[in-house]
Design a protein around this ligand. Sequence first.
Ligand SMILES: Cc1cc2nc3c(=O)[nH]c(=O)nc-3n(C[C@H](O)[C@H](O)[C@H](O)COP(=O)(O)OP(=O)(O)OC[C@H]3O[C@@H](n4cnc5c(N)ncnc54)[C@H](O)[C@@H]3O)c2cc1C
Length: 440
Amino acid sequence: MFTTKKRTFNQHDNEKESFYKFSAPNFPNQIKLNENISTDVCIIGGGLTGISSALNLSNQGLSITILEANKVGSGASGRNGGQLGIGMRKDQFYLEKKFGIEKAKFFWKVGLDAVSNVVNLIEKYKIDCALRQGVLHVGNTKKDYKYFQDEIEHMQKNYNYNNYEYFDHNSIRDEVNSDRYFSGMLLKDSYHLNPLKLTYGLAEQCLANGINIYENSPADKIVDNQKEVIIHSGKNIIKAKKVIIGCNGYLDNLLGSKRNYFMPINNYIIATEPLGKDLASKLIKRNCGVIDSRFMIDYYRFSEDYRLLFGGPETITSHFVKDAKSFVSKRMYKVFPELKKFKIEFSWGGTLAISINRLPIFGTIMNQKLYYAHAYSGHGLAMSIMGGKMVAEKILNKSNNFDMFEQINHFKIPGGNMFRRPLYSSAIIYYRLMDYLNRL
Ligand SMILES: Cc1cc2nc3c(=O)[nH]c(=O)nc-3n(C[C@H](O)[C@H](O)[C@H](O)COP(=O)(O)OP(=O)(O)OC[C@H]3O[C@@H](n4cnc5c(N)ncnc54)[C@H](O)[C@@H]3O)c2cc1C
């Protein structure tokens, strides 16, 4: 039996509107759970992991229920940077060393398929979510060019993959009009998009496929009574044959000590006023997404109405900052000082889950009645949708991709409940220091 007391999803109560909320059409309010029900599959968490697993299980004769503590898309799925990146959070060099070439090739393929799966879903369901092609990795240090060149060569030689483009010190300045960068590598198969519009589009398809979604209905306790799983939500219970947990950084204590395998991290984004197409194309020539090469990355891109959406900094305490304008803008002005004269109209943040090896954590407990997929480590926009798909395929006995991820060995973050938070904070301070030293 697992219970939860402290609730991370409550941090978003009474906050100001994000740009995504401002830009997306309303998703219809769903009722709160107000009766006891039975269902074949109960999915906890109305983010992209939950919605994707629901969608992939639908139309198979199963009754499916999504239980969302807050509103659909109110977690990281509706708040993220919108960078739909290929691959895993770790590069192929790391994956090959850790798992050998065959498994590394499997993870690479999943990472490519994850993005094409999203693009196909957008086309299939005609979701208007401002999809744009290309993400540019930019080098903050003089040494980065070597890494980019090695990666391009390695991927050509060993994966027959040619969809990267290299930029040297002169040409990167044409792509991103900032004096911060020394080199760059364009990922032509990556994209950027409006994640809340995508989340709502997929959730609407869940409703069209007859899936019941309950909002403002947190799961408080999950009990295995052998025959089925009982989920308690307020005064009501749901009896389910299978349960999927897609709570990611918002998991808290719902799965007991499973939370100790990742760090929940708060990360923040700001949006400027619309800058116009001309200025936008002067700053980022081909309107691609941009991610820099540091440990504590900057990521940014233009929205559909040409605001610069700039994200990056993490806070070192568990306290969630409701107005992140001042500390995010400092980083944005270092990249584009000319933006000081423009208004910052929105700021928001969200919580993500980072595992020690930066690979997602998949697993099953309660004798394969409960499945979980989380800790996409900042690379979850495509991978959470793929994660939900893999959980559904596992339940439907359609593929063993889930098992390949489940076999990855993950490490518990040391420190116990008392010292884990100070440990996260020290890690963030350490990585900030490394970023500073690497630029010297
Ligand atoms: C600021 C920020 C920027 C990011 N940028 C990027 C990016 O550019 N590219 C990228 O690939 N990834 C990015 N990520 C990561 C990405 O957003 C996540 O990996 C992904 O959205 C995870 O989806 P999810 O459905 O697993 O979790 P979430 O979207 O967080 O959904 C979890 C849901 O579970 C609900 N929940 C929690 N507890 C309960 C409960 N007890 N009962 C019922 N429901 C519950 C929450 O309310 C929430 O809606 C970013 C994340 C953040 C926070």
